[in-house]
Design a protein around this ligand. Structure first.
Ligand code: FAD
Length: 430
């Protein structure tokens, strides 16, 4: 497109959740040399943070994206969660509600005038590279309001469709025979249907623990079945930790430690798989649900470097991480630096995988987990791209929260923090 006599390269962003908004904030900024279009299948921005009581489809038959539930308070303090260039309002508590996060995302979008670049109700159905030089992409887009399909063409693609949409559902012996209600946490919305009930929650990660604790306020009793080592906390008397499910029977379950009990409801909190149903095989991106390959620095599609997939990491400060990833990609497209040869990028991938397996003991499940590596990762991206680093206080505060969670997962949200400067924070106990 000719603007001011110059050709502006076109960048497509898929999704207007927190990650897509960062992409828009940089690529659609008034001084950006790019033209940026964001496709959002839903009718509003905010992604995961939009609470809805619908569990499968909305009023017009569109699949529900969000799995947000009532009473959720963030597991990261707002001082870590924030975008680097936009602070949260001065809420008293550090761990805030999902409504407050959504309001923040809307304020961010308004502040940077992002809505005008978002095409709402437009679902990207197919993405494929065309041409020989990795410089053109064809997107097929379905409009939920007109039910029409169209195509558009771009020079680069940023995939921000979220990593908490395709539920992971293990097979449990006898589960079909169990007569009570069964859902995945993806469908969990509120605690009131569980009042007075006997509930089994399966999965010892954040959502399992959070939902089990929440239900213990109203349920008769709650079992939390998991195999996670080192969950510490002061849990309510009616919340019992137990081992993995051995098998289900009509009215309850046996556990591998020999315990058994009766249950009215089961909530399976076993997480999510990465999923990119709209990427045509010619994009050459594959995933086993845990790892996405082949990505250079957990971001750039090695086979087609004009495509990136930010926001797939875990154990990070998500909005800070995606901000530096986007600024890296922006500088790459702007020509400020060049990627290494393809063989070198594959070599980086092998070294990274070996290091996380051998040095850090991460299994394949944690293919994109950063944790103790996050500061090094942020700095590497920023320095390579020649952009501002993420403030060191973010990784320090993130590490402190991880430590508090290890010490007592039942109370870690009671701490409040104040960031003093780029390096330091203070900790306040409620
Ligand atoms: P999402 O928020 O999932 O947004 C993706 C967007 O892409 C959606 O709007 C979706 O409609 C759109 N989309 C998908 N496919 C298409 C398509 N084909 N075409 C067009 N649009 C499409 N993070 C924290 O930092 N702190 C927390 O406390 C925290 N708690 C969480 C609690 C829960 C229950 C969950 C599920 C997640 C939590 N997270 C938390 C992680 C949270 O998901 C991320 O912070 C953040 O929402 C990820 O943003 P995203 O933009 O990558 O994905």
């Amino acid at each position: 497109m000719n603007v001011d006599g110059k050709f502006r390269r076109r960048v497509a962003v898929i999704g207007a959740g927190p990650a897509g908004l960062v992409a828009a904030r940089h690529f659609a900024a008034p001084d950006s040399p790019f033209e940026c279009k964001i496709y959002e299948q839903g009718s509003d921005l905010g992604g995961t943070w939009i609470f809805t009581r619908n569990v499968q489809f909305d009023e017009i038959g569109r699949p529900v994206h969000s799995c947000m539930y009532e009473n959720l308070r963030t597991n990261l303090p707002k001082e870590v969660m924030r975008y680097p260039d936009f602070p949260f309002p001065d809420y008293e508590k550090s761990n805030i509600t999902s409504e407050q996060v959504l309001m923040y995302l809307r304020d961010y979008a308004d502040h940077f005038r992002l809505r005008e670049h978002i095409e709402f109700n437009k679902c990207v159905k197919d993405v494929r590279p065309i041409g020989d030089n990795d410089d053109e992409w064809q997107l097929t887009i379905f409009d939920w309001l007109t039910r029409q399909t169209s195509t558009d063409y771009f020079d680069a693609v940023i995939v921000c469709n979220g990593q908490f949409n395709k539920q992971k559902m293990p097979v449990f012996k006898g589960f079909d025979n169990f007569q009570g209600s069964k859902i995945h946490s993806r469908q969990y919305r509120e605690r009131s249907p569980y009042a007075g009930k006997r509930v089994l929650v399966i999965g010892g990660s954040f959502s399992g623990i959070d939902i089990a604790m929440e239900l213990s306020n109203v349920a008769k009793y709650v079992y939390l079945s998991h195999h996670v080592k080192g969950i510490n906390g002061k849990f309510p008397a009616n919340l019992k930790m137990t081992s993995d499910v051995d098998y289900f029977f009509k009215t309850g379950a046996y556990f591998t430690n020999g315990e058994n009990d009766e249950f009215d409801d089961v909530i399976v909190c076993t997480g999510y798989h990465h999923d990119y149903p709209f990427l045509h095989e010619s994009c050459e991106i594959s995933t086993d649900g845990y790892g996405v390959e082949p990505l250079y620095k957990h971001l750039i599609n090695i086979e087609h470097p004009s495509m990136c997939l930010p926001a797939i990491n875990i154990a990070v400060a998500p909005l800070q991480c995606v901000d530096v990833q986007i600024r890296f990609f922006y500088q790459l497209l702007a020509g400020s630096f060049q990627l290494p040869e393809k063989s070198e990028m594959y070599n980086w991938l092998r070294v990274d995988q070996k290091r996380r397996r051998e040095e850090l003991g991460f299994s394949a499940r944690f293919a994109h987990s950063l944790g103790p590596l996050q500061k090094e990762y942020y700095d590497d991206l920023a320095d390579t791209a020649g952009v501002q680093r993420i403030a060191p206080v973010i990784s320090k505060l993130h590490a402190r929260v991880a430590q508090l969670i290890r010490e007592d997962i039942s109370t870690f949200k009671n701490r409040n923090f104040k960031v003093v400067d780029e390096e330091n924070f203070v900790e306040l106990v409620n």
